[in-house]
Write a protein that binds this ligand. Structure first.
Ligand code: ZN
Length: 424
């Protein structure tokens, strides 16, 4: 059944929609899944393949300096046409999540969504509006889904496609006043590596925007502050037949540590601005147990308290057995971008203005996660995050609205116009 067709948020969005869709379908066919096991940048060769394709396409659009560097970063410049306007960056990441397969992605386009359940051909995967409330607002939209057994890769190839379509449109419309745009496509966002080695100075932008969010109109200038905390418990392993009075089981001590962690401080029991301790991996033998956790909060002080609590619980449990030994390894992962963006209020204001000019009421949401912008903002490049129109990331149910992707591309076009007005 073919439903009705929904309106685009603007004529600009409508004009961009075919190109955005075309690009998404092309980019998701390249497997760019990143891999935590490889410390090189990029972590996988597929990211270079997509990078090469994008450089070729950027050259085709007239961005002569488009280049792919050895670390897998694609950069290019679309010169502005207003003297004195600041240089702004548009960023999206090339890689897809290691959580589900990103190989042999076969995207499906569903025209004029009718509001019902979408059954995908493989693995009995179903998109049910009863469980995905965002779907209910997409009646009449054109949707893109997987075939049911892979990621779609709209995270973040929707962002890549939107930036490419926006740049193509701007290049073809030199009469529109625009700031100089630096395009950046980055590797290994999903494994938290890309932004750490991004050359901010060479990029040369006053501020940047990642297109890596989700629902139409969402804007993020606040993320979690994040740390990892690994606990290693060393026991004393002895043949169980000769163990009387000698064996100290690290596995049992680990179990007691886990049982003592507060149940209300988990990802599943918290929401909105509440933080958590998430145990994501436990490996234990009698001789040695390793508990890996991530700790999150929007408030740096509360984050410190969660880490201290975890440490104290582990120390108290392990102290009950003098022959056992505990190691605790805490690492900062990324900071809440808010405190860095507060110093540059114009960066968020410009984004909110561009969203409004597209006829959309912006929704400011603190993200219970991080973006490349968390690290980039702390390294001196203020980088909040814009929506892309993609949903259910990191799963085989991933989908994107073509209508909303077109709106995101239109917001990117308008953003260059907002900054052109700020020539000084
Ligand atoms: Zn992403």
């Amino acid at each position: 059944m073919r439903g009705m067709t929904a309106a685009y948020t603007s004529e600009l969005a409508e004009a961009l929609s075919a190109d955005v869709l075309d690009r998404l379908l092309r980019y998701v066919r390249i497997d760019t899944q990143s891999d935590r096991a490889y410390p090189e940048s990029p972590s996988t060769a597929g990211q270079l393949e997509l990078g090469r394709l994008l450089v070729e396409e950027l050259h085709g659009l007239g961005l002569a300096d488009a280049a792919l560097d050895a670390n897998g970063f694609v950069t290019a410049t679309l010169p502005g046409n207003v003297d004195g306007a600041p240089v702004i960056g548009l960023l999206a990441h090339l890689d897809t999540s290691p959580d589900e397969s990103g190989a042999n992605v076969e995207p499906l386009v569903h025209r004029g969504y009718d509001g019902g359940v979408i059954a995908l051909p493989r693995r009995d995967t179903v998109l049910d509006p009863a469980r995905m409330p965002e779907l209910t607002s997409k009646v009449g939209h054109d949707l893109v889904t997987t075939s049911g057994d892979t990621l779609l890769g709209a995270d973040d190839k929707a962002g890549v496609a939107e930036i490419m379509a926006a740049v193509a449109y701007l290049a073809a419309h030199p009469e529109l006043p625009r700031a100089t745009v630096r395009v950046g496509f980055t590797p290994d966002e999903e494994i938290g590596e890309g932004a750490k080695v991004f050359d901010i100075e060479a990029f040369g932008a006053a501020c940047a925007y990642t297109l890596d969010g989700s629902e139409l109109g969402e804007f993020t200038d606040e993320t979690f502050t994040a740390a990892s905390a690994d606990l290693v418990i060393h026991g004393v392993d002895v043949h169980p037949g000769f163990a009387t009075g000698k064996l100290v089981s690290a596995a049992r001590l680990a179990g007691r540590v886990l049982a003592a962690l507060p149940a209300e401080l988990t990802p599943e029991a918290t929401s909105e601005r509440e933080g958590f301790i998430h145990v994501y991996s436990v490996a234990a033998t009698a001789g040695k147990a390793t508990i890996r956790t991530i700790v999150r909060d929007f408030d740096d002080e509360l984050l410190g308290q969660h880490v201290a609590l975890l440490r104290r619980i582990a120390e108290e449990v392990v102290a009950t057995e003098p022959r056992a030994r505990l190691e605790v390894d805490v690492k900062e992962q990324y900071p809440n971008m808010r405190r860095f963006l507060d110093a540059h209020p114009g960066v968020s204001q410009a984004a909110l203005e561009a969203i409004r000019r597209e006829g959309i009421e912006p929704v400011r949401v603190p993200v219970r996660g991080g973006t490349d912008g968390s690290i980039l903002s702390s390294r001196g490049l203020p980088t909040p995050n814009l929506f892309t129109g993609g949903h259910e990331y990191h799963s085989v149910r991933e989908w994107a609205s073509v209508h909303d992707m077109a709106s995101a591309a239109a917001v990117a076009v308008r953003l260059t116009g907002v900054w052109a007005e700020r020539a000084g």
